[in-house]
Write a protein that binds this ligand. Structure first.
Ligand code: NAP
Length: 250
């Protein structure tokens, strides 16, 4: 994969940062995309310190003109991107009766419109290269989760997008898959613990008690799965949803 260029959105921290580091370790040049270019510095520094190549790109994945500019910059500075990981995400959890229009729109914009815009912007580079790998970050919440009408809908929507991209782009050597993590220990899950007023250690203990492998997920668990799905050897795996949850369900 040494001549491949990858884009990882939401790469400043958590699962995105671990994925960016892993793809760089696999030999790809990586564009680390996040809302604020400065926040990507740590991920880029870690990749460079390990001998890899990366650039930081600031873009809001939900804004078409910023996505177009980001992809153009990546193509100019690193080469045509043929690997895309749609990972950027936000939570706006609330029970339905308290969920605001903004809670709904924000989650749809970042997860769904973001993945659509980036996939549309990179597909021509993939088609031209006759090779492409798109991985979108779904979630076990796609199966339904209390307080997450917006997030569960968006994560289920990403699975539909993935299957459609797999059908449309397959003949050009492009695969599309979704990874659906369960409980992964990141800032996002820490913010949930804080919001519901549960101490982090107790929150982890409760989550782990329901996970068959008996531990919490790490960003690297997800990164390793993405690494397989974007590899040359995974060319016959497309339109799938891989649950990375330490067991068969959330
Ligand atoms: P995280 O630590 O909160 O990281 C998410 C990153 O996305 C942040 O760096 C954030 O930037 C960035 N981001 C948010 N909105 C953006 C936008 N509009 N444009 C560009 N970047 C944006 O979350 P995580 O836990 O690593 O989760 C990564 C992905 O996995 C998400 O899609 C999430 O839904 C999914 N997931 C996570 C879990 C879990 O248990 N952690 C489980 C299932 C699925 P800022 O810091 O500037 O906001």
């Amino acid at each position: 994969m040494s001549d491949r260029v990858a884009i990882v959105t939401g790469g400043a921290r958590g699962i995105g940062a671990a994925t960016a580091r892993k793809l760089a370790e696999d030999g790809m040049a990586v564009a680390v995309v996040d809302l604020d270019e400065g926040s990507c510095a740590e991920t880029v520094k870690a990749i460079e310190a390990a001998g890899g190549k990366a650039i930081a790109v600031g873009a809001d994945v939900s804004k078409a003109e910023q996505v177009t500019a980001a992809v153009e910059r990546v193509a100019a500075e690193l080469g045509p991107p043929t690997v895309l990981v749609n990972n950027a995400g936000v939570l706006r959890d609330n029970l339905l009766f308290k969920m605001t229009d903004d809670d709904w729109e924000t989650v749809m914009a970042v997860h769904l419109r973001g993945a659509f815009l980036f996939s549309r912007a990179v597909q021509k580079h993939m088609v031209d290269a006759g090779f492409g790998r798109i991985v979108s970050m779904s979630s076990t919440s796609a199966l339904g989760n209390r307080g997450q009408a917006n997030y569960a809908t968006a994560k289920a929507g990403l699975q539909g997008l993935t299957k459609t991209l797999a059908i449309e782009l397959g003949k050009f050597g492009v695969t599309a898959n979704a990874v659906a993590p369960g409980f992964i220990m990141t800032d996002m899950t820490q913010s949930t613990a804080k919001r519901v007023g549960v101490d982090w250690d107790a929150f982890v203990k409760n989550a782990v008690s329901q996970i068959p492998v008996g531990r919490g997920g790490r960003p690297e668990d997800v990164a390793n799965t993405v690494s397989f799905l974007v590899s040359e050897g995974a060319g016959f795996v497309s339109g799938q949803v891989i649950y990375v949850a330490g067991g068969p369900r959330a």
